[in-house]
Design a protein around this ligand. Structure first.
Ligand code: SF4
Length: 396
């Protein structure tokens, strides 16, 4: 933990002073942050961000979301993406359809796919292992971060393998990472209200822990707006921080690569009108508190799909050091509303970071910088090239 120099010295609240000194906060102290003026909390969060990551740089990833099936038997009340098998617009992609999407990603210089789906009871284990092998054979430069803990829990129950055996099979077939989707609020009271059949917190951590032990990439997540209390939010952050301590110590540093947080979207879902959601103010407050609480996770993402580009730019001064990724295709947040944009081009993310006062850098999924784009050249690229880039996202 890094103590801060002078910029947060004007903050008077003892909890913020403690955080500014780089000292770890407990649950009650984190909860107290919600009652303090946001500018004060943001100032400390921003100073901690500047101390923990390169203060001049904002990173992002060129990737694509691929949702291989929307058939799901979990039926979360907050989900507008899933379908039952009998619904006309249900789908499962075949390998060639997925390959086509990856070729489009390769055309714009992408290096990883984030591949998740519904919990589809009709797909055998061979669909998944065959898919991973197909991708590695035809797209060897693409990293595959795939399957949420919810999907893995289903595989475990269905395919007659222990969690360790299952992960070994998936890794052998080509799996590089297990994204931490489905974190929402890792408190079972909240989860049971929003989605009775949803994976519970203990299973989420058990699966993430096994993935980290096996060296897989993982990321921590949080969604606010279910009506959860500040105490529940604080406990969610502490559980993530505890897991990160454990992974860092026991798994040779292979903990969460970062933290991503967004706000609940309820359009077209059964929670519409029942869950409060969260305003931009609450989003920025929660982001700043996460930066302060998660002293062992250096990379914090701003969420443009849920909050839009302008709030994402502001988030870079509330503790975030990263703009997430291009996605090219986002189906889950967008099905439930979200902001009016569900993919973004490399050029747009460069512009967003540049206009906010930072040097943009392209990273891999482990937050290692792999390219320093020529900002002037990219921002002045021809209209023809811009159209080509935009067409990839639109052509899904
Ligand atoms: S959030 Fe995931 S698990 Fe829940 S219904 Fe939607 S696709 Fe299924």
């Amino acid at each position: 933990m890094t103590a801060l120099p002078a910029t947060a010295a004007a903050v008077l609240d003892p909890v913020l002073e403690k955080a500014a000194r780089g000292e770890r906060l407990d649950a009650q102290e984190i909860e107290r942050l919600y009652s303090l003026p946001l500018p004060d909390v943001a100032a400390v969060a921003n100073d901690l961000r500047l101390a923990r990551r390169d203060p001049n740089v904002v990173t992002f990833l060129i990737d694509r979301n691929i949702n291989y099936t929307n058939i799901c038997n979990v039926g979360c009340n907050f989900c507008a993406f899933y379908r039952t098998r009998r619904q006309k617009d249900s789908y499962t992609l075949d390998y060639e359809q997925i390959s086509q999407k990856i070729r489009e990603l390769e055309d714009v210089g992408g290096n990883r796919i984030l591949m998740q789906g519904g919990v589809n009871p009709e797909l055998p284990l061979e669909y998944y292992t065959g898919l991973l092998r197909h991708i590695k054979e035809h797209h060897p430069s693409i990293r595959i971060d795939a399957f949420s803990p919810e999907e893995v829990l289903f595989f475990e129950k269905t395919f007659g393998l222990s969690l360790d055996e299952l992960l070994d099979v998936l890794i052998e077939a080509g799996l590089d990472g297990l994204p931490g989707a489905g974190g929402e609020i890792l408190e079972d009271d909240v989860r049971a209200g929003a989605a009775p059949a949803r994976i519970r917190a203990d299973d989420w951590f058990r699966i993430i822990d096994a993935a980290q032990r096996k060296g897989l990439y993982t990321i921590s997540t949080m969604v606010i707006g279910f009506g959860e209390s500040y105490a529940q939010r604080a406990r969610h952050l502490l559980k993530i921080r505890d897991q990160q301590d454990k992974a860092t110590q026991d798994y040779d540093g292979n903990g969460f690569s970062g933290f991503a947080m967004w706000t609940l979207q309820t359009e077209n879902t059964r929670l519409h009108g029942k869950a409060p959601g969260a305003t931009a103010h609450e989003y920025l407050q929660q982001l700043a508190i996460a930066r302060i609480a998660l002293d062992n996770i250096p990379n914090i993402q701003a969420s443009w799909p849920a909050q839009g580009f302008k709030v994402a730019q502001a988030a870079l001064y509330y503790g975030a050091n990263d703009l997430g990724s291009t996605m090219l295709e986002e189906n889950v947040v967008s099905a439930a509303g979200g902001h009016d944009r569900h993919s973004v081009t490399k050029r747009e993310l460069i512009r967003i970071a540049h206009d906010a006062g930072f040097t943009p850098a392209i990273r891999n999924s482990r937050f290692q910088i792999i390219e320093w784009p020529n900002v002037e050249e990219v921002l002045h690229q021809s209209e023809e090239n811009r159209e080509k880039e935009r067409a990839v996202g639109a052509g899904r």
